[in-house]
Design a protein around this ligand. Structure first.
Ligand SMILES: [Mg+2]
Length: 242
């Protein structure tokens, strides 16, 4: 049985030095302004929300909650996601602020090349935003599928969506510990547990090893530099742990 290996993006593959968050707020403001959501009045001051491990859909809802009706927010989402992707591409281009995390390029290649693995994404980024970030390092071709922040409001819904897409592409059914989720926040661990999958946690984002450990990931790494160790874990997720 092959492994469906699903990588998170921010804090796991790369860091954007705040570009992602700024693009999201700017997109919300621009789309609200262009659609004259507040008539001649300026857009009200938007509340700040914590974005780590969150889905773009939920973040936009949290920002606009109490400012616009629920149904209106829902209608604005496609335009906002489209704008986020455009702003990200502009901001990433030659800025140098987007940084590939150590060891990730080699690990992604190793997983993509391994016959026992199918490589995909599981990220809170909307699909266009994810592609914009990964394009900085020409990483998109490595990933055969993904589940994204515009697929659902809760991260816990994403493993099943990814498994469904994997089945459509390959005819293989990925279940339980054959679904491996690699991420940098407690939400990545929680969504792996929710799906009955295998959680590999990495402390290269905003959470330290000590902060991640209580969420009981199946494996916990300081970083993804030691390709062999991470590959060994990925390929043995069904083995009984000593
Ligand atoms: Mg992350």
């Amino acid at each position: 049985m092959r492994k469906l290996v699903l990588f998170d993006i921010d804090g796991t593959i790369l860091s954007t030095d705040g570009i992602g968050g700024r693009a999201l707020y700017q997109a919300v403001e621009e789309v609200c302004h262009e659609k004259r959501m507040f008539g001649d009045n300026p857009t009200p001051k938007l509340g700040r929300v914590r974005m780590s491990g969150m889905m773009d859909t939920q973040i936009v809802h949290d920002i606009l909650e109490g400012v616009l009706p629920e149904g209106t927010i829902q209608q604005l989402l496609p335009d906002i996601f489209h704008r986020i992707a455009r702003l990200l591409r502009e901001a990433c281009e030659g800025s140098g602020a987007v940084r590939l995390l150590d060891g990730v390029q080699v690990l992604i290649s190793a997983v993509a090349d391994h016959e026992a693995c199918l490589l995909g994404l599981l990220t809170g980024n909307n699909k266009g935003g994810a592609a914009a970030k990964l394009d900085v390092f020409n990483l998109n071709p490595f990933f055969q599928l993904g589940a994204f922040g515009d697929d659902a409001r809760s991260r816990n819904a994403l493993p099943a969506i990814a498994a469904c897409r994997a089945f459509e592409q390959t005819g293989e059914r990925f279940t339980g510990k054959d679904i491996v989720i690699i991420g940098d926040t407690p939400r990545d661990i929680e969504c792996a547990h929710y799906a009955g999958g295998y959680a590999i946690s990495v402390a290269t984002g905003q959470y330290s090893r000590e902060e991640l450990a209580p969420y009981q990931p199946d494996a916990l790494f300081d970083n993804l530099i030691d390709t062999q160790s991470v590959m060994r874990v990925i390929l043995s997720t069904n083995d009984v742990q000593a």
